[in-house]
Design a binder for this molecule. Structure first.
Ligand code: H79
Length: 571
């Protein structure tokens, strides 16, 4: 099966529902409760006897997903706890043989999905499991850091564990059941590949391919690119700063957790957050897989349902700007929102409603503009071309209407596919933002490893011989403050600070020190470092060069730069 053909439905979909449901839901502490509370297998097994989700309705779940605008459902068939949410011959610890409920919810979901045209997909934890004595325990968490996310309380002898036995005796027979008994499956969504060897993972992949050639496989089957997976799963809840190099998807939770959680620290996201996450991701060409954790009775929590309802109302009007679209053709995100496109349509997702928005660098002719929420509203626009600097500008007057509270979409119909001049130009906000993605990297050190990371930062910058530059156009003379935006570390990660930088701009040389902001050590809000004030007397094309005079690389993070920004002094 041609992989491109296999992926077509998934690319078109853009938006799916993730469901974490299992016997852990009974405890209301998320899907990791067995591990976090070190519950022995023999005690955990007793939970199954209490699992009786009498309010479960496959039709209702599928309707909720469909009404929200989701096109596929990925549900936990077996999570790390080892309980199978489907009928299996491999172990009686499953929903049909091990619970008073005794029904195969996957069979019911498969029928409901088929009826409604939703693709059913299975999450399957294929390496980490706390019940099987041969599942993996010791894992490499990040370079240089090991941990034990396995069951080390029941199965203490780490050397007796043999992942191959688990794969052969448990995982593969279960995959065979999942891919035989429930009709066509959209994706087998693997998780936590950890130390599975590429040849072991490739065997798993081949089994899936043999059983259902059209079924997709995500990259978490193995941390090794030699394995033939279909698309990249980013980190849990990771929203990248730049498009990934292949088809990708972000798994996201609607609240703080995946599995049902009733703890007081569990917070739901807001409608504006989830709608804009979907748009942000679509504008970078990715899929959004949004998770809900049904309760032990089988009900999707009310808070989640309310959010999905709002999402669905937005998608009903704006779905055209999401389904089947491609990521923004512009390298730089506009200050007012995000962009997607398909065919001859550019979709401008406006977050900050205002009298007028501008778009720079579009070389196509715009034929007409319309709003998805008010198609009949007449939209005035103007395209001009600056002779001196050779850039094009599209100005759109936004009508005086009540905008969508989350994101208002304007469609610009153009002649053909987008043709973009990526030159950086001062926009209406007056700010000239020079992002990492658009920097020219000058790798002048012999050992240079400097690159743009997925988060959109210049990273692995360890040597002072390397430098970066940007070209840009200033349209408004005046006084400007120069800032560096530097990535800041979160959680247990140790970041590097104490760097010194030199910026050449407008024939001036500015220097600054990049130090830790001790007030807020844990947030990932970028550090904003002031480098100095400059003054432009006329409009001009300029170049900024950034050199590192000193880089502290003790924690192997080095200088991680997000952007250089030229901000009007009065802002
Ligand atoms: O299924 C969801 C998660 O259970 C799973 N991936 C998503 C899709 C996942 N597996 N591993 N991880 C996520 C990493 C999780 C680490 C943590 Fe923890 C679990 C952080 C908090 C709970 C381990 C236990 C570290 C601290 C406590």
């Amino acid at each position: 099966m041609n992989p491109e053909k296999r992926k077509a439905w998934w690319r078109e979909s853009r938006f799916g529902m993730f469901i974490h449901w299992g016997i852990y839901s009974l405890l209301g502490k998320g899907e990791w409760v067995m591990y976090i509370d070190r519950i022995p297998v023999k005690d955990y097994e007793k939970l199954a006897e209490e699992f009786n989700p009498v309010r479960f309705s496959a039709d209702e779940w599928v309707k909720i997903a469909k009404d929200a605008g989701m096109k596929y459902i990925v549900i936990t068939s077996k999570h790390h706890d080892g309980f199978s949410m489907f009928k299996t011959e491999v172990s009686s610890f499953n929903i049909v043989d091990g619970t008073p409920y005794g029904r195969d919810i996957m069979a019911e979901l498969s029928k409901a999905c088929e009826r409604e045209g939703i693709k059913l997909c299975f999450y399957y934890s294929h390496v980490r499991e706390w019940r099987h004595p041969h599942a993996q325990s010791i894992e490499v968490l990040e370079p240089g850091l090991c941990g034990n996310f396995g069951n080390f309380w029941d199965y203490r002898d780490e050397r007796s564990k043999n992942l191959q036995i688990y794969l052969d005796e448990f995982v593969k027979p279960q995959l065979k059941e999942l891919l035989t008994n429930y009709g066509p499956i959209g994706i087998i969504w693997f998780d936590t590949p950890s130390l599975i060897r590429p040849e072991q993972a490739q065997e798993v992949v081949e089994l899936v391919r043999e059983l259902q050639p059209e079924c997709l496989i995500n990259s978490r089957v193995c941390d090794n690119e030699s394995v033939d997976y279909d698309y990249l799963s980013l980190g849990d809840c990771e929203i990248p700063g730049i498009p990934a190099s292949m088809d990708w998807e972000t798994p996201m939770t609607i609240c703080s957790w995946w599995g049902y959680n009733t703890q007081p620290d569990n917070k739901y996201r807001s409608p504006v957050e989830i709608i804009r996450q979907l748009v942000d991701i679509a504008s970078l060409g990715g899929n959004y897989l949004l998770n809900v954790g049904p309760d032990p009775a089988g009900v999707i929590p009310e808070e989640a349902q309310a959010l999905l309802k709002i999402m669905g109302e937005w998608m009903k009007i704006n779905g055209d700007a999401i389904y089947g679209t491609k990521g923004s053709p512009f390298e730089k995100q506009p200050s007012w929102g995000r962009i997607t496109w398909k065919d001859k349509y550019l979709y401008l997702h406006i977050y900050e409603w205002q009298k007028r928005i501008s778009l720079f660098g579009l070389k196509n002719t715009v034929k007409r503009c319309r709003l998805l929420l008010a198609p009949d509203c007449n939209i005035l626009f103007k395209q001009t071309n600056d002779e001196a600097f050779g850039f094009s500008r599209l100005e759109i007057d936004l009508p005086e209407i009540e905008p969508d509270p989350y994101c208002t979409v304007l469609v610009a119909e153009i002649d053909g596919t987008p043709d973009i001049d990526q030159t950086m130009i001062q926009d209406d906000s007056g700010i000239i933002r020079l992002p990492a993605l658009q920097a020219s990297l000058h790798r002048e050190s012999e050992d240079s490893s400097v690159k743009i990371s997925r988060s959109g930062a210049i990273s692995d910058w360890f040597y002072t011989e390397d430098w970066v530059s940007w070209e840009f156009i200033v349209t408004k003379p005046g006084d400007y403050d120069i800032y560096l935006f530097v990535k800041s570390g979160r959680g247990r990660q140790k970041w590097d600070y104490g760097h010194e930088a030199e910026i050449k701009i407008n024939n001036r040389k500015l220097t600054c020190t990049i130090d830790e902001d001790i007030k807020d050590r844990t947030s990932d809000i970028p550090l904003k470092i002031f480098a100095g004030r400059i003054s432009y007397d006329t409009a001009l094309r300029d170049k900024a060069e950034l050199r590192a005079l000193k880089i502290n690389r003790r924690n192997l993070k080095g200088l991680q730069l997000l952007s250089l920004e030229i901000i009007p002094a009065d802002k």
